[in-house]
Write a protein that binds this ligand. Structure first.
Ligand code: PGA
Length: 255
């Protein structure tokens, strides 16, 4: 059975003290309340807090994510953070290819592919984001566009490596807008993406890859989204900043 994920993406929010309270609240609630053994809670917090928050984790149900990385292991890259550095402070997941990084920092599919390799080389898990703009959806090119994002950044991997990637489909028009993709729209795209993986790697491999949905996931819509057969959880922005709501999202999986 595929691992199910409630992954939080705090983005550039919370001071250290605020974050410490939020992170502790979530780990404690998840430890006490989350009973589904197949669900993993991942929190993507700002870089300066990672090493400190690693010590707040008191349950295997919770893991720490960074929101970005540089593909090189070390060197003259002022201001950047490498995967070995992240690993050395207790990070196990790295969010890459988020639409905000693609848009504001002009990150290309090829650059993101290098990050995938460096994350897997350190045996961490990439959470690879993809998703179309509203204009692309309206033009009817959304399936091809997102398939292309997968091909360009993931299809150089071996089947064994691909199985270690978590994919997050995040339609850009749904991020931070309060407009969620309907559960039908999410399922439709997730199925398209799984079929695309199957076309290259075979169905058995495709069936092992967790595909998360992101874009205005909230406590009141998570249950319906997570009930879809190809939706393996959520990458949650705004709603991950509230401990009660985020924990409730993690408890929204069927079974
Ligand atoms: P949102 O963000 O939940 O606030 O829409 C999701 C994301 O960007 O990962």
């Amino acid at each position: 059975m595929r691992t199910k994920y409630a992954a939080g993406n705090w983005k550039m929010n919370k001071t250290f003290e605020e974050g410490k309270i939020l992170f502790s609240e979530v780990t404690n609630m998840v430890k006490d309340e989350l009973v589904n053994p197949n669900v993993k809670v991942v929190m993507g917090v700002p870089f300066p807090y990672l090493s400190s928050f690693a010590n707040l984790i008191n349950t295997e149900k919770v893991a720490l994510a960074a929101q970005n990385c540089h593909p090189k292991a070390s060197g003259a890259y002022t201001g950047e953070t490498s995967v070995p550095m992240l690993k050395s402070v207790g990070v196990s997941y790295v969010i890459i290819g988020h639409s905000e990084r693609r848009e504001y920092f002009e990150e290309s599919d090829a650059f993101i592919a290098q990050k995938v390799d460096s994350i897997l080389a350190e045996e961490l898990t990439p959470i690879f984001c993809c998703g179309e703009t509203l204009a692309q959806r309206e033009d009817g090119v959304h399936f091809d566009f997102v398939r292309g994002q997968l091909s360009n950044s993931l299809f150089h991997l071996s089947a064994d490596a691909l199985k270690k990637v978590v994919i997050a489909y995040e339609p850009i028009w749904a991020i931070g807008t309060g407009v969620t993709a309907s559960s039908e729209q999410a399922q439709e795209m997730h199925k398209v993406l799984r079929d695309h993986l199957a076309s290259k790697y075979g169905q058995e491999v495709a069936d092992e890859v967790s595909i998360l949905y992101g874009g205005s996931v909230k406590p009141n819509n998570a249950e319906e989204l997570f009930a879809q057969p190809d939706v393996d959880g959520g990458l949650v922005g705004g709603a991950s900043l509230d401990s009660r709501g985020f924990t409730d999202i993690a408890k929204s999986f069927p079974g």
